[in-house]
Design a protein. Structure first.
Length: 187
């Protein structure tokens, strides 16, 4: 009997994996000229749900973010544009602009997928519209960055959770040398 139970479990797991990876009927009906194997909406939605569940225990307070940032090996990742990063960022952060996230860029910027990575975004700071312009809550860069890192296999990611008035923040900030001259199109 124990052998039968093991076979049954293996079959259930195999069936579940097949169901998760099989194409949806909507995709099967997609015209050939619209198919692109490099874009997978169903896979994205599936991994997004898994990332969302994982993220729930990875959102931290400002004080916890600060504490974690001081631990050896922690990396603070800012995925905003280089222009916004240069204006103002959390001291010690590295910049990898979200549109530039790829297998190669992650391999260079974050070679250890097990490293502790701390993320923050525009929607974490108020009263600093120029360096931290607000986005719609559903379009928050933290969400996109967390899902993307999760998709690429980074699981030791922590997200700054609260909205913080930048004047009252306990986090240290700095500007990059490039920000000393006005950015193109800035007021």
């Amino acid at each position: 009997m124990p052998h039968t139970s093991c076979i049954t479990r293996c079959l259930i797991i195999a069936l579940a994996l097949w169901a998760c990876t099989s194409r949806s009927p909507a995709l099967a009906k997609e015209p050939a000229e619209l198919r692109n194997p490099s874009i997978d909406m169903q896979g994205y939605l599936q991994i997004s749900r898994a990332a969302a569940a994982h993220r729930e225990s990875r959102r931290v307070s400002e004080l916890e973010f600060l504490r974690l940032s001081r631990e050896p090996g922690s990396i603070i990742l800012d995925a905003r544009s280089k222009e916004k990063f240069d204006l103002l960022h959390v001291k010690g952060a590295i910049n990898l602009s979200f549109p530039d996230i790829s297998v190669d860029s992650l391999g260079l910027a974050l070679p250890d997928p097990n490293a502790r990575i701390l993320i923050y975004c525009n929607n974490n700071f108020s009263n600093a519209e120029r360096p931290f312009p607000s986005k719609l809550a559903r379009a928050s860069l933290n969400l996109s960055t967390f899902i993307s890192l999760y998709t690429y296999g980074y699981r030791n990611v922590y997200e700054l959770a609260p909205l913080i008035d930048i004047a009252a923040s306990k986090l240290p900030f700095e500007s990059s040398t490039a920000a000393r001259s006005p950015a193109i199109g800035s007021r």
